[in-house]
Design a protein around this ligand. Sequence first.
Ligand code: TXE
Length: 491
Amino acid sequence: MQKHQMLIGGQWRDPAGGQWFASENPFTGQAWAEVPRGGAEDVDRAVKAAWDAFRGPWRALSASARGAVLRRFGDLVAENADRLAELESRDNGKLITEMRGQLRYIPQWFYYFGGLADKIEGRVIPIDKPGVFNFTREEPLGVVAAITPWNSPLMLATWKLAPALAAGNTVVWKPSEFSSVSAFAFGELFEQAGFPPGVVNIVTGFGSEIGEALVTHPKVAKVAFTGGDATGQHVYELAARGIKKVTLELGGKSANVVFDDADIDNAVKGAVSGIFAATGQTCIAGSRLLVQRTIHDRFMDKLLTLARTARMGDPLDDATQVGPITTRPQYDKVLGYIEIAKGEGAQCVLGGAAATRRECGEGWFVEPTIFTGVTPAMRIAQEEVFGPVLSVIAFDTDDEAVEIANDTLFGLAAGVWTTSIKRALRMSERLEAGTVWINTYRAVSYMSPFGGYKRSGLGRESGLTAIRDYLQEKSVWIDTNDDVPNPFVMR
Ligand code: TXE
């Protein structure tokens, strides 16, 4: 068992309360690491360290030098990609093949935002008052709390850390209690990259304990959160008390819409990747598959044929395609939703139970599951399952597809499969989602804004827009007139 410490002010420290908890490997179900159970005292130390670093060494660096540190960190992640991928795979059960891909891509966020650090410019306003010069400064917010989930721990932390640091903020990062181990490895690289002590701090523990202490700490200026929508709402309410800035990424119930003019074989692959990749544990999962009735049965035959070939097993095995569910509570939740769907009258045409295949060992596996005959009002069509469970809904017309697709509280992503450019463009406009993929699914980039419509969240991550969420604009006025005007009249 590895025993870890928290990174506070550039030092690895035991939790003030002297307690640790176990992190379990979802493939074996066994505890494999001890994670510090931090609390309010640890948060206070970490935020103070971040505040000191914000006012001191981080601010003293030029924007170009700050960017260089971020890019150096990107290089270190690239050099350590395989090791980090394996750690993450062991701790949260994600496929090693996917993790290697993620870890090779993560450096791009640090290169992109590192490059952006010295391109943050203010404006000169052609102000309407004679002899007065008005310009703006783009300034960092201060200490940012980054609260991240377990499904793609390093990737989702990167989406917050890279823009926050490039903008000149300092960070206290709290990874999920279910997947903290890779954060410690990232922490070592932060030190090696040359971030001054306190610029990035890592605290660990349970959401209701250390997470709340972080969100409510008076010196935290902004909370950047990814997680479930109920927790997100709670965090938003807590942050509101302190008038803190917030970005939220809260998952979804994304529609993947297949029209009868689609390239069916590609659409089938898109449907499988939308729900079974990452075992369905992605915020962008295409968990509602809308299929035009004219091709429904033909499409389902092909979909079932491909889905049946999914190889389950050890996430560290390159041949595995569907890994375990990351946490035991999530495993119970997914199985619970399968029963709800059955109870609602949806037809289970694939899976529908815990996986007992020999290659799944003692892990928390759920069979890839498909329900047909789902109607939009069913809970299985409305609520985020966050597992390998697909709800198939038939539709007749474009209008009906739009109505069903938009009939959800969420709005993170949507997919459209069609060979008609007119239909594709019309759908891209009518779908209420922060991302719309046409003839593809599950594509993200450091260059493209990512975020939710409706209950799926606030703000954007990645792309040029993201850095704005970590800056505030100051307006500076300089009067160049020699005479002070009448003080009783507003200028
Ligand atoms: O997430 P939580 P959980 C969905 C998915 C899943 C559900 C719950 O449907 O079943 O959320 O998952 C921290 N104050 N998604 O319980 O609770 C927590 O420690 C401050 C969607 O794992 O949202 C962790 O670091 N922080 C999602 C982070 O919040 C608190 C990804 C997320 O945990 C807190 C994961 C509190 N009171 C799950 N309570 C997506 N959008 O991709 C918890 N936390």
